[in-house]
Design a binder for this molecule. Sequence first.
Ligand code: PRP
Length: 190
Amino acid sequence: MTEPAPASFATDPAIERVLLTEEQLRRRIEELGAQLTEDYVGRAPLLVCVLRGAYVFLTDLARSIDLPVEIDFIAVSSYGATTRTSGVVRLVKDLEVDLTDRDVILVEDIVDTGLTLRYLRRSLEARGSASLEVCALLARESADLEGLGVRYVGFTIPNDFVVGYGLDAGERYRNLRYLAVYDPDADEVG
Ligand code: PRP
């Protein structure tokens, strides 16, 4: 039997510390939105949200862009933690919108090894879009952003296990309003 989750995130021992506050996230996402508004002026970009982690970022980013954006969702999955580095990613949910001649912005919560992004690029680049850029809220310091073609990044972060603002640990913590460092050893539930 697993323990019930702590009643509040504030008293959850697995939440080690706050890495990015709500305010820091809000400000940076407004900057990204302003940048995208400028870069895509006169166009109606299609924001492609990579489920599930990017769903919170997507909602705030989309509302920070002062253009008629369209939104669609894609979901991929890697075959478990142990095989992650083997490069096995599969499509779980495809887009519904036709990408032909569209200006596509792939919206990711985090670029870690880059495996997911490499797969998504391969998959989407074959679909005839006018352009394809990536906007990631977070990127690991170790990630090869240039090699992966990531044009827009919110924050570069160290290798800590982070949760909140869409990111999970065993499907929990996605609804945390800020980004926190998670300590698996202190988790009374997972
Ligand atoms: C996370 C995140 C990215 C991916 C990044 O997804 O949302 O899609 O990992 O890691 P990578 O650069 O090493 O490929 P995850 O598989 O945890 O699924 P989730 O978004 O549903 O939580």
